[in-house]
Design a protein. Structure first.
Length: 605
């Protein structure tokens, strides 16, 4: 779709004198009128010629309208024009900024209808589906007019609109000005990763994350279902696998997983499952056949690095050479493929630990047969044997793997180029290498997007903490992994996330191979109590980064302009039941830009 020539920055900057709130993520183009507020009637009626078979439009609008009426939203964080910026306000500003809203004009018609026109009601929620939309409220109209090529774009229009309707202070609801929005995402893949293998996350909390995703226009829940520590997934082919769940109550049944898929789909979110293989594989697998798991009973760590069998407790990797491994892999994978309808499936591939295979007689015999073989050959054996199994589930299957399988120390020399690589290490260096090699890439660089970092390490009996001084990055023995005491520290703030230009220095051809980004939250120190506060509102910064970008059309960073928007959005998440963490003292929320480090508002460019 085409957008107006004026820049998003100018659009937002020119609109803040007239309105209290702008949505997050910022639309690609938003034009506010100046004719005065549009009052919203007691009930906005959805009008559309036809709905989907499962009533996605009707139910989506009903949710949006219910939210509007229930919240009667009053923006907590208003923006001030940069030209009138005062660094130290003498008093708390009025909740209502000055602007066109209060000029006396002839009343305009109230809004009574939401007219929705969707071109293709049958378009499935799969990678690359058109999510664009337009939303128009004219001065003389009594309708909100939404047009979208697919229902998924219309759902995004609903979540935008519900952020725009606010309480008028007199018991009514208003849209502050007429508005025209043309919107579409920069990237088709916009996600977060939820790990339920280290600690169990209940269905209620998973739904909460999906609600936050829908509001942020994030459209992929990468569900890291299991890991070495637990197997919380019902598998009918091997019911014994859930003996390695933490308890009988901490198991996702087939019905539970299908429920998550349905709940997500209704909100325009795809669910892509991950079964991590061949590494990070112990619990569950060993219950089927202990011989398919190498080093499951070994000690994971040792002062001598060569004796390490895992990056964390507990160790275990699928035995790549043992023939029986692949039968179990096939049955588990095919069963899960019937539950998750997405065309894409994540099959792991990260952090293979060579020393683990010293505990496998099958692997050691395989190496003894041909002394020229290397661990790279071993990983290639996995790719050659496992990938045909993964492709066989359906004709349109697209696979995702962690980048290690292609660029790690223990990597395969020949990994098919149609496998999407999820890049988590070495930031721009690995993105450059993978895209130059012809791979499509999902960006998850730990240096910018890992949401669990900076909270210290979780392993116990750790003498590195027994130092009577602050960590020093120049002395590794005092730093125990990074500032903040974890390998990927420090903590990734919303500004760190939003300022990541992950296509920097790529050629135009390489940039086209970046399909989007995902912010992972590994759950060693996460459960129901902390999951939402560690995702939100930082994940919303990623939401805007991959929806409309972090720069205007002149190449200037929009971080300063995002500040009040994300502070406001945190309050909006809370109002919608998403337990987002605070980012600043409330003083900063009430006094626009008073907490900026630089008086110069263009410092971040």
């Amino acid at each position: 779709m085409r957008f107006s020539a004026w820049s998003l920055l100018l659009t937002v900057a020119s609109s803040v004198t007239a309105v209290k709130v702008n949505p997050l993520p910022a639309p690609r183009s938003i034009e506010w009128g100046s004719s005065g507020p549009k009052h919203v009637s007691g009930h906005l009626v959805l009008r559309t010629s036809k709905d989907t078979r499962d009533h996605l439009l009707t139910e989506g609008w009903n949710r949006a309208w219910e939210t509007i009426v229930k919240l009667r939203w009053v923006p907590a964080a208003t923006e001030a024009p940069i030209s009138s910026f005062q660094p130290f306000p003498s008093a708390t500003p009025s909740a209502t900024p000055s602007g066109h809203v209060h000029e006396k004009r002839a009343p305009t018609p109230s809004l009574h209808f939401v007219d929705v026109v969707v071109k293709d009601l049958q378009a499935d929620l799969q990678h690359g589906v058109d999510e664009s939309y337009t939303l128009v409220v004219d001065t003389a109209s009594s309708s909100v007019v939404i047009k979208a090529p697919t229902v998924w774009g219309a759902l995004h229009a609903f979540t935008t609109f519900q952020q725009l309707v606010i309480d008028d202070g007199h018991g009514g609801l208003i849209l502050e000005q007429p508005v025209r929005i043309k919107d579409a995402p920069l990237y088709p893949y916009r996600g977060i990763m939820l790990d339920t293998g280290r600690n169990f996350i209940t269905l209620g909390k998973i739904r909460e994350q999906l609600d936050g995703m829908a509001l942020s226009k994030l459209n992929v829940l990468h569900w890291h279902l299991e890991d070495s520590q637990s197997w919380p997934i019902q598998i009918d082919a091997y019911p014994e696998m859930t003996r390695d769940a933490y308890s009988p109550r901490e198991v996702y049944s087939h019905a539970d997983m299908r429920h998550v898929v349905r709940y997500a789909r209704a909100r325009g979110v795809r669910v892509i499952p991950e079964i991590d293989m061949p590494s990070h594989s112990s619990s569950g697998w060993k219950q089927v056949n202990p011989e398919i798991v190498a080093c499951a009973d070994a000690w994971w760590s040792n002062d001598v690095w060569e004796l390490h069998t895992g990056v964390e407790p507990n160790p275990g990797q699928l035995d790549i050479i043992y023939p029986g491994t692949y039968e179990v892999v096939r049955n588990v994978y095919e069963e899960l493929s019937t539950i998750f309808p997405d065309n894409w499936f994540h099959v792991g591939g990260d952090e293979i630990q060579p020393n683990c295979f010293n505990f496998s007689r099958h692997v050691t015999d395989w190496f003894a047969e041909d002394p020229s073989r290397t661990y790279n050959d071993l990983v290639q054996h996995w790719v050659d044997k496992a990938v045909p199994i993964f492709r066989s589930a359906r004709e349109d299957r697209r696979l995702i793997m962690w980048e290690d399988v292609a660029v790690g120390t223990e990597s395969a020399p020949d990994v098919p180029k149609d496998i999407v690589m999820q890049s988590w290490n070495k930031g721009l260096e690995n993105i450059d290498k993978l895209t130059a090699d012809g791979y499509n890439v999902i960006v998850s660089s730990s240096e910018f997007l890992y949401l669990d970092c900076g909270h210290g390490g979780f392993v116990t009996n750790d003498p590195r903490y027994n130092v009577m001084t602050n960590p020093d990055e120049k002395i590794p023995s005092l730093n125990y992994g990074g500032d903040g005491g974890s390998w990927c520290a420090p903590y990734k703030t919303w500004q760190r996330i939003y300022d990541y230009d992950f296509t920097a220095n790529l050629t135009d051809a390489q940039k086209k191979r970046v399909v989007g980004a995902t912010a992972p939250l590994w759950a060693e120190q996460v459960d129901d109590v902390t999951v939402s506060s560690k995702f939100w509102p930082r994940a919303a910064a990623l939401g805007e980064l991959v929806w409309s970008g972090n720069r205007d059309d002149k190449g200037r960073k929009r971080t300063t302009q995002l500040t009040q928007r994300i502070l406001n959005f945190r309050e909006y998440l809370l109002a919608n039941g998403v337990q987002a963490a605070p980012l600043v003292p409330k003083y900063c929320l009430q006094h626009p830009h008073a907490c900026d480090l630089y008086y110069n508002q263009t410092a971040i460019e």
